[in-house]
Write a protein that binds this ligand. Sequence first.
Ligand SMILES: *Cc1c(COP(=O)(O)O)cnc(C)c1O
Length: 354
Amino acid sequence: MEIQITRTSAPKQKPADQTKLGFGNYYTDHMFIMNYDEGEGWHDARIVPYGPIPLDPAAMCLHYGQEVFEGLKAYKTPDGGIQLFRPDKNMARLNVSNERLCIPLVDEAFCVEAVKKLVEVDKDWIPDAPGTSLYIRPFIFAVDPHVGVHPAHHLLFVIILSPVGAYYPKGLNPVDIYVEQNYVRAVKGGMGFTKTAGNYAASLKAQDEAEKIGYTQVLWLDGVERKYIEEVGTMNVFFVIGDEVVTPALTGSILSGVTRMSVIDLLRSKGYKVSERRISVQELFDAHDNGTLKEAFGTGTAAVISPIGTFEWNGKKITVADGGIGQLSQMLYDTLTGIQFGKIPDEFGWTVRI
Ligand SMILES: *Cc1c(COP(=O)(O)O)cnc(C)c1O
């Protein structure tokens, strides 16, 4: 499929101070759109000036949440090049989400091409201050004007771009985590393994309450027994216990993070023992009490590695090791961001030049 390009005649002012970008505050001059109509399939791929999308008030996405999304980044390399990190994995996961949400599958390779084209058109928007990057948000939503619950026949696939700041302008910073016992994010058989809007709507209340009592994120437990650890906020979670690195196994209610799989591959390539298995919150607190809990960290595209300093569960608060940044957390952060920004060689073939 050809991608038609219509360039804006009114480019926007770019943010002046790259150290104050924050996350999701600015959008570039263009966006990618393609339509799905039953009988025609995906068609009319185009890059157009960024702007509002007309929607019928009865559009099904607004009523029943038939929507999926992805998140990845484009990075400026020291030689002035541009690269993506494992974009094929994002598009493969997009189709996993599509399948669960009764959304027609997309051509994964074509979607990676669409990302590359759009990033190229808006390449002047990629910031180059240390740690900054261009966040890429592909998403699909149902637009049939029909207030009735059934899979859509008409959808839009859109990609927007946002220059984002360094997640840790002053270096890695450990966060405080509240182990959530009242609310759950997802259950087996539900949609936890997909990136769909409803999962995030379901998480807002817990996040809001945790923030009010001074925590950065919540640790989600399984929705049935409320015993087993699933994820931390919108990140996957890892623990270093003794000489084992443990992360919850993907059981259906956990999102399969690209950062998670990269951390596992990287650690195994360096000879570490990594287990994907069930881990209860009791085991975590026991490991703290017997002195074997060495590190805990979250993983995700936005922060890459987010060290965890403390956990509170059932009125008991524990500090992970000395509450600082663990050795593995720092090594993983340096290695992954080094590969993503093209500062160290990519032995895994994870990066894609534009
Ligand atoms: C996106 C996301 C992650 C992290 O996935 P990455 O591909 O590493 O960015 C983890 N958990 C949830 C719930 C997510 O939405």
